[in-house]
Design a protein around this ligand. Structure first.
Ligand SMILES: Cc1cc2nc3c(=O)[nH]c(=O)nc-3n(C[C@H](O)[C@H](O)[C@H](O)COP(=O)(O)OP(=O)(O)OC[C@H]3O[C@@H](n4cnc5c(N)ncnc54)[C@H](O)[C@@H]3O)c2cc1C
Length: 433
């Protein structure tokens, strides 16, 4: 078993149950024998979360029923975002979370609280869940609707001041079950089915890939764009990203706006004439595909060189976005000239720095730099994981963000719902029990 980061693991047995009852039976058997269980979605995750070291692996691939109604979809865990969106679009609606990887499953995106490009306007997956059907570690089923508060006390944690966060459990008194289970990376419950909010498709949508020659112009343009209420996407690609994609420019912003008039009239400093403006839905899709091809190329290049993905998923409070971007540029170009890309969700102050190591020494230096940058992001009130989760590869970052008391509070919740630490073993907490 290998996920999109190149992380590998192997289970002792694999199951592909066809019904909810069969999933429950496998869990009950594993529980009785104290066998760890990992759930696999589409394995597009980038933190090793679905890759077990021993125990049983349950693939939910047969759970793929989907019903679309006005304002909502009822999707089983293995429904892909592509199928969900295609079906929603046919009814004049759309599902807002867009982690750009459309082969990802509904269950996997809930488990990681995935977000991506449109979270700039619509927030992460958690916000769009209306109800969940889940199984706990012993196989017992529960149905939770939005607003159903958890029935035990939890303390308030010092949560980051970012627009998105998926590092550990976001505990706060009075929180509901859906907020607890979303983002718990398969460590608290198995998601079988979700009722999800669908939104009416915007009547008008304009998109553009805006090229600039220098970073100062980009920074000013980001600040101007952030004032525009019609914007639903504000993404960034640095010069190295563009070079990897065969384009020549200092940097690019990718925007989607519900106001074509705004996009036509906007005056941004240093905006190049050869920028691309979408004239059709096909163009918009082309821009989306262009943006998505970048992390795919990065992941495959790093793995071709024999390494796992070496990238950041930190976000900082919006007011610190420009300083964090400048720090990324300064440190990456100093230590890894020409051997990194910086791209992502700049509207959320959430960039992905990906280092492209060619030697073990470079990989070690890259890890050290990312750890330093994680500490810095946290010192600014940020998060060590805005959207990918920690899985196994980044479980070492949980103590960077949270003190011992906060982690102990999360472990208390984990022990309460999964006393033998069977579900998603190794995810979020590493070896801690
Ligand atoms: C090129 C590329 C670009 C990407 N861009 C983004 C992005 O912009 N934003 C973003 O958020 N993510 C992004 N991702 C990451 C990835 O798509 C998401 O993390 C996605 O949510 C993983 O879904 P999956 O079905 O593949 O889950 P998997 O990888 O199979 O599993 C992920 C985790 O969820 C758990 N899990 C899976 N299904 C269930 C279930 N039914 N119940 C309980 N636990 C479960 C697994 O045990 C594991 O811990 C990107 C990935 C790639 C390859």
């Amino acid at each position: 078993m290998r996920d999109a980061s190149g992380y590998e693991g192997a289970p002792e047995r694999e199951f592909s149950p066809a019904t909810h009852a069969e999933v429950s039976e496998v869990l009950a058997e594993a529980y009785a024998a104290r066998i760890p269980v990992t759930i696999a979605g589409s394995a597009t995750g980038v933190t090793g979360g679905c890759c077990p070291h021993g125990g049983w692996l349950i693939s939910l691939r047969h759970l793929n029923r989907l019903v679309i109604e006005r304002g909502r979809a009822v999707a089983e865990a293995a429904v892909t975002l592509r199928d969900l969106n295609d079906a929603a679009v046919r009814t004049g609606q759309f599902y807002a979370p867009d982690p750009t990887e459309w082969t990802a499953s509904v269950g996997g995106t809930i488990a990681t609280n995935a977000s991506g490009s449109r979270s700039y306007r619509y927030g992460a997956t958690r916000r769009h869940i209306v109800a969940l059907d889940v199984l706990f570690a012993d196989g017992s089923p529960r149905h939770f609707r939005r607003g159903e508060a958890i029935d035990f006390d939890v303390p308030a944690l010092p949560l980051p001041r970012t627009t998105k966060n998926t590092a550990g459990y976001p505990l706060r008194p009075g929180m509901d079950w859906i907020d607890l289970i979303a983002g718990s990376e398969g460590t608290l419950a198995v998601v079988l089915r979700a009722e999800l909010q669908l939104l009416p498709a915007p009547e008008r949508l304009a998109a553009a890939v805006l090229f600039f020659d220098n970073e100062d112009d980009v920074a000013h343009s980001v600040a101007l764009c952030q004032r525009e209420p019609s914007l639903r996407m504000l993404e960034y690609l640095d010069a190295n990203s563009l070079r990897l994609m065969g384009e020549r420019a200092g940097a690019a912003l990718i925007v989607e706006s519900e106001s074509p008039e705004w996009l036509e009239a906007v005056s941004l400093p240093g905006l190049r004439d050869d920028s691309w403006v979408a004239a059709s839905a096909q163009d918009r899709e082309r821009f989306r595909a262009f943006r998505h091809a970048l992390p795919e190329r990065v992941n495959s290049r790093v793995q071709r060189n024999g390494f796992q993905k070496l990238g950041s998923d930190f976000a900082v409070p919006l007011e610190h976005g420009p300083a964090m971007t400048a720090l990324y540029h300064a440190e990456l170009s100093r230590l890894f000239p020409g051997q990194y890309v910086l791209f992502g969700h700049i509207g959320d102050a959430h960039l992905h720095a990906n280092i492209l190591p060619e030697t073990k020494e470079q990989e070690a230096a890259g890890r050290a730099l990312l750890l330093d940058l994680a500490r810095h992001a946290v010192s600014l009130g940020g998060t060590v994981s805005a959207e990918h989760g920690l899985g196994k590869r980044k479980a070492n970052l949980l103590p960077v963000q949270y003190g011992q008391n906060a982690i102990e509070a999360m472990l208390t919740v984990k022990r309460r719902l999964d006393p033998h630490f069977l579900l998603g073993r190794g995810n979020i907490f590493g070896d801690a029990r």
